[in-house]
Write a protein that binds this ligand. Structure first.
Ligand code: BGC
Length: 411
């Protein structure tokens, strides 16, 4: 008997294959932002590390890493701009810092990498840090910053994203105390969500003023939620509540004011009713197995959940990019399968009608993982922090095959 031939599933022409990074996680030396000070306080970073030189992008390694991305078949990269570098004091822009980003983006362009540029990815200039996004003055300040970026960098940017994961930020930094400013209140959460929404709308308008045909989107983390016991109405109710607060409400409030939607997806949560968890909307996450550290739970691996979320946002009628997808796996054992399965899941969604135009793996290189410090690795390339040497993981090679073929084999 002959073994069945694997079939090849091809992606639409021009599909973007990339990886994603953010400014604070890779640049190094970001002394002017809120994270720099936050990291210095004991207990904030679970493994006691600091971002420090990070992956040394600012001093020159951005170019090397982007060259690696291109060499390994990628045709796009998502990176972040560091607001604290570009506007070190309110209203004063640092032209030398803009030159540095211009050089990085020009290098990407020369390599044939399309760029998706995030204006704000969790780190605020120190001058805005105390009240953070609860301050009503931050949204107009963010718009002014967005306009300055568009004026100087537009020719080198293919896609703009205003804000990364507003709801994750609001939960971690305003409802909770895990990230700066760590306000820990429901009121701060509500205020921050409102200002993040205003900030997105104002920044998008500002970029459009400079470049009317710019594609300006927003990046949302949309995990899949399922009731732990689908027959239990209480599980179903808390699941629906979490889904509404985390995934639905912000999307609804955006009311179509985005040119594309960036979707970040890591996994799915199974939610069980628990009356004692007031701060968690009475829902306990009980999925097993799950990808987690003692402090962070990225959920259960579920490629099907990605297909589901893509099809759900498809109804909103805008192009979609998977702006992040990846797994915490320090030994690259799980990542190869995770990567293949999720790329297939994207293809499933496209086949079912979703207008998905690109996939950005999180991340290109192991980097500073916020409150987890350097302990949680997500990169396609390992980074030796003492020497800054890069080593490709199997995943980098597997992803390169997919990118080059613009297709994935299905068993
Ligand atoms: C964030 C990244 C982060 C990744 C892995 C996303 O929520 O945008 O900055 O490193 O998840 O936790």
């Amino acid at each position: 008997m002959m073994a069945a031939m694997p079939s090849l599933r091809t992606f639409p022409e021009g599909f973007l294959w990339g990886s994603a990074t953010s400014s604070h996680q890779v640049e190094g030396g970001n002394q002017g932002n809120d994270w720099w000070a936050w990291e210095a306080a004991p207990g904030h970073i679970h493994d006691g590390t600091r971002s420090g030189d990070a992956c040394d992008w600012w001093r020159g390694r951005a170019e090397e890493d982007l060259s690696l991305a291109a060499e390994y078949g990628q045709n796009a990269h998502r990176l972040g701009l560091e607001w604290s570098r570009l506007e070190p004091e309110p209203g004063r822009f640092d032209e030398a810092a803009f030159d540095r980003y211009r050089a990085i983006l020009a290098h990407a362009h020369k390599l044939g990498l399309r760029s998706l540029v995030t204006l704000y990815h969790f780190s605020l200039p120190t001058w805005a840090a105390a009240q953070g996004w609860t301050a009503p003055s931050l949204a107009p300040a963010f718009a002014r910053f967005a306009e300055a970026c568009a004026q100087r960098l537009s020719p080198l940017v293919d896609l703009w994203a205003t804000i990364n994961e507003p709801l994750v930020l609001a939960f971690m930094a305003y409802f909770g105390r895990q990230w700066p400013p760590g306000l820990g209140s429901t009121l701060a959460f509500a205020r921050a969500v409102r200002q993040l929404l205003r900030g997105h709308v104002a920044a998008r308008a500002a970029v459009h003023r400079v470049q009317p045909d710019a594609q300006v989107g927003i990046v949302l983390n949309l995990p899949a939620f399922d009731a732990a016991n689908p027959r239990d109405p209480r599980d179903r109710a808390v699941c629906k509540l979490q889904e509404t607060v985390f995934n639905e409400a912000f999307l609804r409030a955006l009311d179509g004011r985005y040119d594309f939607l960036g979707l970040n997806y890591y996994g799915r949560y199974q939610v069980a009713f628990d009356l004692s968890l007031v701060g968690r909307m009475f829902g306990r996450h009980v999925q097993t197995p799950t990808v987690s550290t003692p402090n962070t739970d990225w959920g259960q691996i579920s490629p099907e959940g990605l297909t589901r979320q893509l099809l759900r946002v498809q109804r909103l009628g805008r192009p979609i990019y998977v702006t992040e997808n990846g797994v915490y796996d320090n030994h690259d054992r799980v990542r190869p399968g995770y990567l293949r399965d999720h790329v297939r899941a994207v293809h499933d969604a496209i086949r079912a009608g979703a207008d998905v135009r690109g996939y950005f793996h999180w991340s290109l290189v192991d980097n500073f993982e916020w409150a987890e410090g350097w302990a949680a690795h997500f990169g396609l390339f390992a980074v030796d922090r003492a020497t800054q040497t890069r080593t490709p993981k199997d995943s980098a090679r597997i992803y390169a095959e997919i990118c080059r073929a613009n297709a994935i084999a299905c068993p």
